[in-house]
Structure formats: C-alpha cells, structure tokens
Design a binder for this molecule. Structure first.
Ligand SMILES: [Zn+2]
Length: 492
C-alpha cells in the first residue's frame, strides 16, 4: 500500500493465543515421530501467521457469492508437502463458519482455537508427503461501515453497494478462507469467483475460464507466479475489463473499470501505467509478471494486490490524477510487483525491503519527472528518523507492541520512510552504478521467491565486493540514525 492505512482507533484485542506444544514426546520419542505442525512460523512481528510442518505448493480458492453480495461460500484447497511427520496441522482462519474439512478426499477432524484451525487427518502424514487439505467455510462480507468497526486495515473482503474488493495486508486473507496466511508460504494459485451474472468478477492472474452455475457466472483466474495470501485480490462489481497497449517487454495490461467511468479513466492509465513500467524496467530489468492491471473501485485503497493493483476511481479521473499525484502512486504500486510481490519478505520484519523500495522508486520517479529532488525529501526523512525509530523500534527489528492495532505491525514510518532512507544511504555509500547493480541482482536472483534482510546484506556485499554488513546493520538494527554518507552537514 502507499501509506499505512489504519481504518480506526479501535484496538483489536488478541484473544485465544494458542501455542501448539508437541505431544507424545517421551523417552522413546525420536525426531522422526509424528508431531503437530506449529501454529505459526515464529515470525517475531506476526507470530501466529502462517503454519509450521508443511510448505504450500498450490492454492485454490473457490468463492461463490450470494446474490445480494452480503455472504459467500469459500472452499480453499491447499496442496502442501510435509516438512516433518505430522499428527495434525493448522491453517489460519478468523471468523466464518466451517462447513467441511477434508484431507486427501477423506473427512478430517478439526477444531478451532483463536485464529487457528487445527486439522487432524484420518492417518498420519509422513515426512515429505504431499497432501491436499480442503476447507469449506461460509462467511459474510462487511460493508464499509462494518469494516471500519473492525479497527484494522486487514479486513479481508469488503463491500460497498454492488462492489466487492479484498484488503488483506498483512493478515486479512484468513478472514476470507482457511489459508497459510504468511508470505513465506506463497504459492501459485487458482481463484474462481462466482458472482451474480449481471455483475463482473476478477481476481489475480489470467482469466482462464468462464461458466454458469445457476444465477452465478463463475470466472477462473490463474497465477502462474507464486502469490502471497496478503496479495490476493477478489473483485465483483459493475465494471468492464478493458485492455491497454502492451507495456514494455510485452507485459499484457488489463484494467477493471466502472462501466460508467471507463472512458473517462482509461486515457490516464494508458499513459501512466506503461510509463511507470518503462521507468522501472529500465532500472531493474525484466518485469516480473506477464500480465499487470488495475482494479478501480469507489472504495479504493492503493493496494499492490499482485498483478491487479487496487486504486480508487476518484484518484483516476483527470482531476483525481492531478489532485492526488496518482502517477507517483502508480509508480509506487508497480514497484511493488518487484519488491514485495515477486521478491516477498521472508518475515514481516523484512517489510522495509518492500515498502522502502516502493517509496524509494516513487521518490526517484518524482525527481526524474521534474517534481521533487530526492535529496530534499531524504533530508526531511533523516530529520524525522530518530523520532520514528524511537517509537517503532529499528527499521529491520520493529517492536510489535509499538503498533496500534498490533495486527497492522510493522506498517509504519520505519518500513516506509526508514526503508527508503536506508536504500538512499546505501547508494550514497557505494555510488549510483554499484547501487543499480545491487538492485538488479536482488530482483533477478530472488524473483518469484522470498528473501530477507540478511539476504540483502549478503547480496549487496557480494555484488560490490565489500563487506557492507557493519554499515547496513548500523542503519537497520539501531534505534538512532548514523551519519549520512556524502552529507556531513545533515543532522537528525
Ligand atoms: Zn507500498
């Protein structure tokens, strides 16, 4: 997203934290004995997100909305491989009503504890076994007012009139369906959306099928690239899908625009989107997707949902572009297709690598298009840095307790402005040419994968042939900004 958007002041109370303890560990137990998968991945910022004991290989999400769009049925089918012998395992799930849980086509026992769905298959799953778990839930779609009352931006689905959209970052996806809700468990995905036939529907990836089911029209979308659950987008509404001229490198462009405003909005996108793709591919190399697009809705939200950026219709009219600086926002969101979407964080404390890069390229875009000089903006961030570092903790080690609500951690100034400042400091230290080599290697080497702060430090050191560990750690793990290379006159 382009800035932290906390929907309200309400703090989400964290209820029912469950830590699964291994069972049956006794004198005879060996490391090979089946045990439950962990309830989380041990993420320091979001400890309960994702699940241990398996790696996801593919997601399928089948959604069927009610005709009035207030409710839905969702079946999530997760193909996974056990990373140790499993007696049971978890998926993340918040709210909704569980209708059925199957493992390998057989009914499985299940129970719920807090935001965890514990699944016990009929028979044990050996280490390395491929298995499929299918969970059907029934849920409601909150309207904008009900969503605000949730007190978080990690809403999941939200509805306004005949429009539905998803807002998941960082943890809303498991309000929609049972999933392994952590970017470290990203996988290729198939999403089918059944919506009333008078409306359109869309999701991440390419449209690969359309059929009728009673009053619903179902569309299937396939993401060949791995998709993190936080980046899922699901749209239903009175929109039309129009195609843009192919972007640089043959990237297919599609825009889901309100039927009534499509003619008014498309010319701005035809100009801004290919220009942002050109700007980024020139600096970073091949675009990570074959298809890119925009989903424009009345509610909006500036969210980099993969291959289908969510934007507000108001910001896309000729007037909206001018008032909101939408060109620079589009550059920010498209930069996320490299940083965050293709190269996803290993842990949530690595968020600075997503948002910091997006802010950095947004600022660079503004400078190169005759708006604001980057040095000037960075100096202002530098002057504010000690205040936000003190509040949130170091850029790569944010303190969960510093965020309100805590489920939005670590979306704050440290990840956004702080992250951009670290990248600027690195460019000052190694020079523009070496910095560009680091950036190109980063998005190339970790394309369609996960990488974290240690990986970035190692790559920057390798590419430049100098140990940048002490320098980068002094920016990333200390609660006070160091001197800025090349700007001895800057004072924090
Ligand atoms: Zn962003």
């Amino acid at each position: 997203m382009s800035s932290p958007m906390i929907a309200g002041a309400l703090v989400t109370t964290l209820l029912g934290v469950v830590i699964c303890a291994p069972t049956g560990v006794g004198a005879q137990a060996t490391t090979a004995a089946p045990r439950p998968g962990a309830a989380g991945l041990g993420d320091t910022v979001q400890p309960r997100l994702g699940n241990g004991g398996y790696q996801v290989r593919h997601y399928r999400l089948d959604l069927r909305f009610t005709e009035d769009l207030t409710g839905y049925t969702a079946t999530s089918t997760v193909q996974a491989r056990a990373s140790h012998a499993l007696s049971r395992f978890n998926l993340d799930l918040k709210g909704t009503e569980v209708r059925e849980v199957m493992v390998g086509g057989r009914p499985a026992r299940w129970s719920r504890a807090g935001d965890e769905l514990q699944v016990t298959p009929e028979s044990l799953l050996p280490d390395g076994a491929d298995f499929t778990v299918r969970v059907t839930v029934r849920g409601t779609v909150p309207d904008a007012q009900q969503a605000t009352a949730l007190g978080t931006s990690a809403i999941g689905l939200v509805r306004q009139g005949t429009w539905v959209q998803a807002m998941n970052q960082p943890s809303g996806a498991h309000r929609i369906a049972a999933l392994a809700d952590h970017p470290a468990q990203k996988a290729p995905a198939t999403i089918t959306v059944g919506a009333p036939s008078g409306l359109n529907s869309i999701a991440n990836g390419d449209l690969t099928g359309t059929w009728r089911e009673g009053p619903l029209t179902v569309r299937r979308f396939d993401s060949r690239e791995k998709l993190a659950t936080e980046l899922i987008q699901i749209g239903v509404g009175p929109f039309t899908v129009v195609h843009g001229k192919k972007g640089l490198g043959g990237v297919g462009l599609r825009y889901a625009l309100p039927r009534k405003q499509a003619k008014q909005i498309k010319p701005q996108l035809d100009r801004a989107v290919p220009e942002a793709i050109r700007f980024l591919t020139e600096r970073l190399g091949a675009f990570p997707l074959r298809t890119y697009g925009v989903y424009a809705t009345p509610l909006g939200g500036e969210l980099e949902t993969q291959s289908l950026t969510l934007l507000a219709t108001d910001s896309l009219t000729p007037q909206g572009f001018e008032n909101n600086g939408t060109d620079a926002i589009i550059a920010h969101e498209i930069a996320h297709e490299y940083f965050g979407n293709s190269v996803s964080p290993s842990k949530w404390s690595d968020l600075w690598l997503s948002e910091g890069h997006a802010v950095y390229y947004q600022m660079l875009w503004s400078q190169e298009h005759g708006f604001r000089a980057m040095d000037k903006g960075m100096r202002e961030i530098y002057q504010q840095a000690n205040a936000f570092l003190q509040k949130e903790g170091p850029i790569a080690a944010p303190r969960r307790a510093a965020f309100t609500p805590q489920d939005m951690a670590p979306y704050g100034q440290g990840a956004y402005q702080g992250g951009a400042l670290v990248l600027y400091a690195l460019r000052q230290k190694v020079g523009a040419a070496a910095f560009e080599r680091i950036e190109r290697a980063w998005v190339h080497d970790h394309r369609d994968g996960n990488a974290g702060t240690d990986d970035f430090i190692a790559l920057a050191s390798r590419v430049t042939g100098q140990d940048l560990g002490p320098f980068l750690r002094s920016w990333l793990y200390v609660g006070k900004v160091p001197p800025m290379p090349g700007h001895p006159d800057w004072r924090p």
